[in-house]
Ligand binder design. Structure first.
Ligand code: 5GP
Length: 123
């Protein structure tokens, strides 16, 4: 899938849409999800143009991958959830309901999050 520069996160990166920023550096921007599913729900997005986890992991240069995951860790530290715990999640593609085609991870925290996933049956 080709990267579409009109996606919502690209527009946030360009400053065309506002966000509640948590952290930013050369590699990534972290901001609060508009529809939080936990007391803390923050998105971390790379500054480069990657459609998905698959795209990012296959094509991003090593410094972009390292910078992104360091930024995700720093975001969690700034949110103060390292000791209490947090969950990192990335949706990739249709079965995962990926809505925005700019790679991102979700950070959830601020309360016990329950099991990782409700058990899903095979198709
Ligand atoms: P996905 O399903 O692609 O992993 O998650 C996309 C996330 O982006 C959803 O949790 C959704 O609430 C969030 N989102 C969609 N539009 C906006 C927006 O304009 N601003 C912010 N901050 N979050 C958004």
């Amino acid at each position: 899938m080709a990267y579409d520069r009109s996606n919502i996160f690209a527009r946030i990166l360009r400053g065309e849409l506002p966000c509640k920023r948590v952290y930013e550096d050369d590699y990534a921007l972290a901001f609060h999800d508009i529809n939080p599913l936990a007391p803390l729900h923050v998105l971390v997005i790379p500054k480069g143009e990657y459609v998905s986890m698959d795209d990012f992991s296959a094509t991003a240069p090593p410094e972009a991958v390292a910078g992104f995951f360091r930024a995700a860790g720093e975001t969690a530290r700034r949110l103060g959830v390292v000791e209490s715990g947090y969950r990192l999640l990335a949706n990739n593609g249709a079965d995962a309901n990926q809505e925005v085609a700019h790679f991102h991870v979700h950070i959830f925290g601020g309360a016990p999050l329950g099991r990782m996933l409700n058990k899903i049956e095979a198709r």
